[in-house]
Design a protein. Structure first.
Length: 116
C-alpha cells in the first residue's frame, strides 16, 4: 500500500473563487481504504473500573477505528522488504494508536513528509 497525501491549496493572491484539494498520487492503480489504527474517544480508565472489560489488570480506553486512503501496490513493485513492513507508532497521551508504513515511491522520495 502507498499512502496518498491530500493538501488544500488556497487561492493565490489576486485569484478569486475557491481553492482546490490536491494529491500526490501518480499513475493508475486501485485506491483502497486502509485501517491504520485507533483513536481515543475519551480518557484512560483505571484497570478494573470498566464493567465487563476482558482484562481487569490493564487500563482501559474506548477507541474508534482510524482509516486512511492508499493506492494498492503489488509486492513485486517494491524495491526493499522494509517497504512492505508496518510498525506501531502509538501516542497514548494524544489518544492515537497508529500503524505506520514509510513507503515512498521513487518519484516522491524528495518531498517532505506530512503528518496529519
Amino acid at each position: 500500500m502507498a499512502r496518498i497525501n491530500w493538501r488544500y491549496a488556497a487561492p493565490q493572491d489576486g485569484e478569486h473563487g475557491k481553492g482546490a484539494w490536491q494529491h500526490d498520487r501518480s499513475g493508475l492503480g486501485w485506491v483502497v481504504p486502509i485501517p491504520v489504527g485507533y483513536g481515543a474517544l475519551g480518557e484512560m480508565h483505571d484497570a478494573g473500573s470498566v464493567a465487563n472489560a476482558r482484562d481487569t489488570t490493564t487500563p482501559f480506553r474506548f477507541v474508534e477505528s482510524l482509516y486512511s486512503v492508499g493506492q494498492w501496490l503489488s509486492p513485486h513493485r517494491l524495491e526493499h522488504a522494509e517497504q512492505l513492513l508496518w510498525y506501531a507508532a502509538s501516542q497514548p497521551d494524544a489518544g492515537r494508536y497508529r500503524c505506520c508504513n514509510d513507503y515512498r515511491s521513487a518519484t516522491d522520495a524528495d518531498e517532505s513528509d506530512y503528518d496529519f
